[in-house]
Design a protein around this ligand. Structure first.
Ligand SMILES: *[C@@H]1O[C@H](CO)[C@@H](O)[C@H](O)[C@H]1NC(C)=O
Ligand SMILES: *[C@@H]1O[C@H](CO)[C@@H](O)[C@H](O)[C@H]1NC(C)=O
Ligand SMILES: *[C@@H]1O[C@H](CO)[C@@H](O)[C@H](O)[C@H]1NC(C)=O
Length: 254
């Protein structure tokens, strides 16, 4: 299905079914605690899609841009490399294929909001992975090499500049491949220092990470998500992980 058709259906069905008017949308924007629920609800009304990743990229990009507009999500975050402060928690996150900025929209910002609900905005430093094109080619080669290198250097930077922060390393879709690759590039001390790893829609689902104890890894994979079976078909099951960020954030801060 053509992405604009899909978006038209998505918008008419999603907004009509949730009964969300423009004024209630602006109220939602001011209440971050509701934002996650809103996003999860909206995503439930996606029409069925079943497309190879290579054809789905424009759908994902269009969907992300609509959702970023509706929710006011920040798609780029560089608080670690800006070096302003070392907070109790740091999140370094790698977005999914075809997502914008360095955080994406479908999982990165909702995970940030879920963490901020628990630790407050002052308790969290947010950093997206840079130098990462998030292209289909990168996915097919097992995760973009430059993005993987960048994430490894960001983790090392967090360790040297904020040794007392609790580092949460996160990824969505190809971003999970970036997490696996980055951790394999780290020395044992730095990898073991990582507090928690949270993965959504992981193509390398279940693969052990060197020097990270499996009890510190939280993986969310819907059983019908083909990407978690290392496939290349995008279904709605791959796009609705915003439903699972609250549980992941509670786990990561417990
Ligand atoms: C986006 O970032 C700005 C600056 O850090 C922050 O004030 C704002 O609350 C963020 N918006 C959302 C929706 O997270
Ligand atoms: C980005 O990737 C290029 C090519 O691998 C590398 O030379 C450069 O150092 C990277 N920059 C950052 C900021 O990671
Ligand atoms: C994600 O959240 C939904 C809604 O709460 C739940 O039904 C589903 O089981 C969760 N998925 C996983 C893999 O935990």
């Amino acid at each position: 299905m053509h992405s604009t058709t899909l978006l038209a259906i998505f918008l008419s069905s999603g907004i009509a079914l949730t009964g969300t008017s423009a004024s209630s949308l602006s109220k939602i924007k001011r209440k971050e605690t509701l934002l996650n629920e809103f996003l999860a609800d909206l995503l439930k009304y996606l029409p069925a899609i079943d497309e190879p990743l290579v054809d789905a990229t424009s759908v994902i990009t269009d969907l992300d841009s609509v959702l970023a507009d509706l929710t006011g999500a920040n798609t780029t975050e560089n608080q670690l490399i800006d070096g302003s402060s070392c907070d109790e928690y740091t999140l370094i996150f790698a977005r999914g294929t075809a997502e914008p900025g360095n955080m994406g929209v479908l999982v990165g910002p909702p995970l940030v909001w879920a963490l901020q609900d628990i630790v407050g905005t002052d308790g969290l430093t947010i950093q997206g992975v840079n130098n990462y094109s998030a292209s289909v080619e990168g996915y097919l080669e097992g995760g973009d090499p430059d993005g993987s290198d960048n994430m490894a250097s960001l983790i090392s930077e967090a360790y040297s500049s904020c040794p007392d922060t609790k580092l949460i390393v996160g990824g969505y879709s190809q971003g999970c491949q970036i997490v696996h690759n980055a951790i394999s590039e780290l020395d044992a001390t730095t990898a073991a220092w990582i507090d928690k790893v949270v993965l959504f829609g992981d193509p390398d689902d279940g693969e052990a990470m060197s020097n990270v104890d499996s009890s510190n890894v939280y993986t969310v994979c819907n059983s019908k998500d083909d990407i978690c079976d290392d496939g290349d078909i995008i279904t709605v099951w791959h796009l609705i992980y915003a439903e699972n960020v609250t549980a992941a954030a509670e786990w990561a801060t417990s």
